[in-house]
Write a protein that binds this ligand. Structure first.
Ligand SMILES: Nc1ncnc2c1ncn2[C@@H]1O[C@H](COP(=O)(O)OP(=O)(O)OP(=O)(O)O)[C@@H](O)[C@H]1O
Ligand SMILES: [Mg+2]
Length: 410
């Protein structure tokens, strides 16, 4: 951005309404950011008493509760509100699917839960992430010091990262990387017991010749094998929650199906929960119990998988449902939602979906809609429902009305 600005005539800069910044503006933002980083760094070094990050779960059936979470990136071109007020629960023993288009904040939400947001420019600014730990205590991860977080990260909370090639260290053998996890988190682990556990986990995730893979470097494995290694590594300490960020995106469909079966099987075996992040609605339909739909850093709809697939409320979710392939209908092209997500640095104060929504009303260009509750589990943020409007727009979009959908279903 700065490169282009150097050549930008100052006369244009005066009245320019575009997203370009002058060098001067970038310097100013950068100086402000430095001040913010210093503040965060100071508070990070402060000794924190346990009482400051102990909390109480809203519902004891949940393992994690996100409560109005805000995670921002302070960049030289402005503040990216990657996660901008996210609230949802992950119940014990359930799979929660998180969907939404690229850049909507799915990964940053999960990285916030693991305290892995790239500091200093990435920071949890406000909100809570309550976690029901194995020891019976409820921690607010957003306020937890790193020394305490290290005790649960990798042990109770495991993450399968989006890109297995960049998540595995290329200069260490698979075995060394897997053993490290066990040595760190299992009390009384010895090199021999760690190796035995690593090989047991490699076998569990269906890797043939586990001993050979144990002695290989990441580049010697295929994409599917690396993904399995990541899963094996994540599960080696029997976590309570597995965060799987696009675990199957880089894999072909047969391996995808195997990995999903494996995840489900392991979840049942350890009686854990899964936060499953994906673009793939098919994966969600097959795996998830609850679905959270994100758009531009906010949750726009959430509900059980049945509610989201059979009674989508938000026009964005309706569009998502229309864009999935349907084997029963002969069509020459798939539906795509026109338009683009607003710039994350200058988010408008109106509905973020306004410029793409074919049901937009006057109020949508003025106010961000409040979350409307439809059932105990189903809610959506859309003005259409605030005015008690019926969901006639389903027909306009070529979908069955809600009543018809219910009848068909029954
Ligand atoms: N390290 C970073 N520095 C600055 N901005 C970042 C950083 N990481 C993420 N972002 C911004 O945060 C927003 C959310 O990113 P995130 O990675 O959570 O998207 P996502 O929903 O996981 O997308 P995808 O489906 O492509 O993985 C994006 O606008 C992105 O540009
Ligand atoms: Mg992502």
């Amino acid at each position: 951005m700065a490169f282009f600005n150097i050549f930008k005539p100052s006369i244009i800069e005066e009245n320019d309404q575009s997203d370009y910044l002058t060098i001067k503006e970038e310097w100013r933002i950068s100086a402000e950011n430095k001040k913010i980083f210093r503040e965060y760094e100071k508070s990070r070094r402060r000794k924190v008493d346990e009482s400051e990050y102990l909390s109480v779960m809203r519902d004891s059936n949940n393992v994690v509760e996100f409560d109005d979470l805000h995670t921002y990136f302070y960049t030289d071109v402005g503040t990216v509100k990657a996660v901008n007020g996210v609230t949802f629960d992950i119940p014990k023993g359930k799979i929660v699917g998180v969907v939404g288009e690229s850049g909507c904040g799915k990964s940053v939400t999960s990285l916030s839960l693991m305290q892995l947001v790239q500091a200093p420019h990435g920071q949890i600014v406000s909100g809570s992430i309550r976690y029901q730990a194995e020891n019976g205590k409820c921690y607010d991860i957003a306020k937890m010091p790193m020394t305490e977080m290290l005790k649960i990260r990798g042990k109770e909370l495991a993450m399968i990262f989006q890109e297995p090639m960049t998540s595995l260290n290329p200069v260490f053998k698979i075995g060394d990387q897997m053993d490290e996890v066990v040595m760190l988190h299992v009390d009384g682990a010895t090199p021999a017991s760690a190796k035995a556990r690593s090989i047991e986990m490699l076998n569990l995730v269906g890797i043939a010749m586990a001993e050979n893979v144990y002695n290989s470097y990441p580049h010697e494995l295929s994409g599917g094998m690396r993904q399995r290694v990541m899963i094996a590594m994540g599960l080696s300490c029997d976590p309570r929650l597995i965060i799987a960020d696009e675990p199957t995106t880089a894999l072909d469909v047969t391996i995808q199906a195997q990995i999903l079966d494996l995840l489900r099987e392991i979840k049942d075996r350890i009686n854990g929960s899964i936060m499953l992040i994906t673009h793939d609605l098919g994966v969600i339909a097959e795996m998830a119990d609850h679905v959270v739909v994100m758009y531009a850093g906010k949750i726009i709809e959430q509900g059980t998988v049945r509610e989201i697939f059979h009674e989508p409320k938000h026009p964005y979710t309706v569009g998502l449902m229309r864009s999935k392939p349907n084997v029963d209908k002969a069509i020459d092209r798939l539906y795509s939602i026109p338009g683009q997500v607003p710039n994350p640095i200058n988010m408008p104060s109106n509905c973020y979906f306004y410029n793409r929504c074919d049901k937009a009303m006057a109020i949508c260009s003025n106010e961000y809609p409040a979350m409307i509750q439809f059932t105990d589990t189903h809610c959506a943020a859309c003005h259409l429902y605030a005015e008690n409007k019926d969901t006639v727009f389903f027909e306009a979009l070529g979908m069955d009305s809600q009543e018809e959908q219910k009848e068909n279903h029954e």
